[in-house]
Design a protein around this ligand. Structure first.
Ligand SMILES: *[C@@H]1O[C@H](CO)[C@@H](O)[C@H](O)[C@H]1NC(C)=O
Length: 419
């Protein structure tokens, strides 16, 4: 039994434009912008896409091996050497540069508080990792200069822990710093003694990014801090009534619902699908992809990851998918991006044995290969991310089409039509 009822169904409204309004138990927080992979001129931002692909985290697999052991790995999964940023790209485009100024972009971020009294941070809620970190007041690097920083001495509930946190992203850059526990509050949901890191070094890729830090929402076994993630702590402490959270990702009115689903956000019922929990990810099994009403690839697993922008599949499977789209061709051999005729209109959908969940044409199209081109880049790239032979990674390009439910109670992810 749980004793707190006030926190039932709290909503973090991730509004991009509207002034936050508080009514009842629903809390709204204003949201910053996030760079999309399409420029305001409608052209694919190739450099940024490559950098993001490289940064797609491999650290999780390293943690999984450490925390659970090799037997938890998906068949064919392996820890790959960390990818390098191509030197030409580095020279052409600093990682930080494109992350600033896009118009119609949105980041699935919201404000959280850490400490007593609360210190506020703008946080990326990431279902593909399991650690919480924010910049430390001791961070002296330029990357930290524009960010909110955690000052332990200003919090009456801060406790310094032993050890150092570090996480290495795919581009070889690291975030690291000392470990603390403190009270963490998200939309009124409070986790006491939550373990997190106040990082003193941040990779340059975070420079210019409006977010201060990341709050991981995957399973504890992926945690580099070796600690329960925020939501799990809050649930164990009774701060939420159900082990469920859900995202609506949209250009306006994005929400993260904690502790229950919000019927106002979706229509019909939620279709749940079992997950392969041993991977530590929200990994739904038994997926297929449909192009123009015909199944092209089936029987694969899908990691549902709010921290990844587009969708990735194994190179051979993705090749099969684009073969079903007339005029589609490999556009970037190294990174597995394909282009297709911008004027064509093909249905792209995923199914886990129930409904077919469409990726809208707008969400599938990342923009023209270059200004004036009639070819556009598709939001599914063929890359071996080391997650396993048969595992796809579905990021925001998929999640934007549905209300996505993450349920510890059911060991399932669920999808519902947006209201
Ligand atoms: C949090 O940590 C403090 C200090 O160690 C302890 O007194 C308190 O009982 C802890 N609270 C919870 C809910 O774990």
């Amino acid at each position: 039994m749980f004793f707190q009822t006030l926190t039932l169904g709290l909503t973090v409204s991730l509004l991009t434009a509207a002034t936050p309004v508080e009514h009842g138990v629903a809390r709204s927080v204003p949201l910053p912008k996030r760079t999309s992979l399409t420029t305001s001129e409608g052209v694919f931002n190739h450099d940024l896409a490559v950098l993001q692909s490289i940064a797609t985290r491999k650290q999780n697999l390293i943690n999984l091996k450490k925390n659970v052991g090799l037997q938890a790995f998906n068949e064919g999964a392996e820890i790959k050497p960390l990818a390098q940023i191509p030197s030409g790209l580095q020279a052409r485009s600093p990682a930080s540069e494109p992350l600033i100024d896009e118009e119609d972009d949105s980041e699935w971020a919201g404000t959280i508080q850490i400490g007593t009294p609360g210190q506020s941070f703008l946080i990326d809620f990431d279902t593909g990792s399991s650690d919480l970190w924010v910049p430390s007041s001791n961070c002296r690097s330029a990357t930290c200069s524009t960010k909110h920083k955690y000052t332990p001495s200003s919090s009456g509930t801060s406790i310094a822990k032993s050890g150092t946190f570090s996480i290495e992203y795919g581009d070889g850059s690291t975030v690291s710093g000392p470990i603390f526990s403190d009270t963490v509050t998200v939309a009124g949901v409070k986790a006491v003694n939550q373990t997190f890191s106040a990082v003193t070094t941040l990779s340059s890729s975070f420079q210019g990014d409006p977010i201060d830090g990341v709050l991981g929402m995957a399973f504890p076994q992926l945690s580099n801090l070796d600690a329960d993630p925020f939501f799990n702590t809050a649930y164990l402490q009774g701060a939420v009534s159900q082990g469920v959270f859900a995202f609506k990702l949209a250009s306006t009115g994005s929400v993260l619902d904690l502790g229950s689903t919000n019927p106002d956000q979706y229509s019909g019922s939620v279709e749940y699908h079992d997950i392969e929990t041993s991977s530590g990810f929200w990994q739904a099994t038994g997926a297929k992809i449909v192009i123009d009403h015909a199944t092209r690839v089936s029987g694969f697993d899908t990691v549902i990851d709010s921290g990844t922008t587009i969708m990735y599949g194994p190179p051979s499977a993705v090749k099969t998918v684009y073969a079903a789209i007339p005029g589609a061709k490999l556009f970037d051999t190294e990174n597995g991006f394909y282009s297709f005729p911008c004027s064509s209109n093909h249905r792209v959908a995923f199914s886990w044995g129930g409904k077919q969940w469409d990726v809208t044409a707008a969400n599938f199209n990342l923009g023209q290969t270059e200004s004036g081109s009639t070819q556009c880049v598709g939001a599914i790239a063929g890359q071996d991310l080391g997650l396993g032979d048969n595992v796809w990674l579905l990021g925001d390009s998929f999640m934007k089409n549905v209300y996505t439910v993450f349920s510890f109670d059911r060991n399932a992810v669920g999808f519902a039509e947006l209201a």
